[in-house]
Design a protein around this ligand. Structure first.
Ligand SMILES: [Zn+2]
Length: 183
């Protein structure tokens, strides 16, 4: 199978859900190994330096991903459970607050944790909660292509975006319409 690119649309919680591709037909996990997860966390801008990723981080993010999937699902599938809510809250609580310090008249910010992968996972959980707290939750959509399944935040002025990407699914749909018209 051709290598799939990470889909980074700008909201880490939605982007995380999209690391499982082709949810509807033949799911592919893009962050199935520690190396892939470390690469994705860096690409998503969640780590300043490469994170050390263990199997425990992998299990944690896989569980968080399904919980967030249920949380932001625009069609209510899968239905969210108490266990999903608990997972998201637990991950969010593992966030370590940055601390300010003043040294030689200079303000510095440090994060008192060495576990950057857990900090990144906690950040995603917090962003998922913030998404639900704000109005943006109503703007989560599923790509209109039947075989795609990618989620995205519709921030278009008229809220009428249909495709995960015009370059991929949008053009495919256009070509299909053209084909059926001219047949
Ligand atoms: Zn799509």
């Amino acid at each position: 199978m051709a290598k799939l690119d990470w889909f980074l649309d700008g909201h880490p919680a939605i982007d995380l859900v999209n690391t499982v591709r082709r949810r509807k037909i033949e799911p592919v996990d893009l962050i199935a190994t520690p190396g892939e997860l470390a690469g994705w966390l860096a690409a998503a801008g969640l780590c300043a330096r490469p994170a050390e990723v263990t199997q425990a981080h992998l299990r944690k993010i896989a569980r968080l991903r399904e919980a967030v999937h249920a949380l932001v699902s625009p069609d209510g599938h899968p239905e969210i459970t108490e266990a999903d809510i608990a997972v998201i809250n637990r991950c969010a609580r593992q966030y370590t607050e940055p601390v300010l310090a003043l040294a030689a008249d200079r303000v510095t910010v440090t994060v008192p944790t060495t576990d950057t992968a857990t900090q990144a996972i906690a950040t995603i959980a917090r962003l998922a909660i913030a998404l639900v707290a704000g109005r943006a939750r109503g703007h989560v959509k599923i790509c209109g292509a039947t075989d795609c399944g990618i989620r995205f935040l519709d921030t278009s002025p008229k809220r009428n975006r249909q495709w995960c990407s015009m370059a991929v699914c949008g053009n495919r749909a256009k070509a299909q319409r053209h084909y059926s018209r001219n047949r």
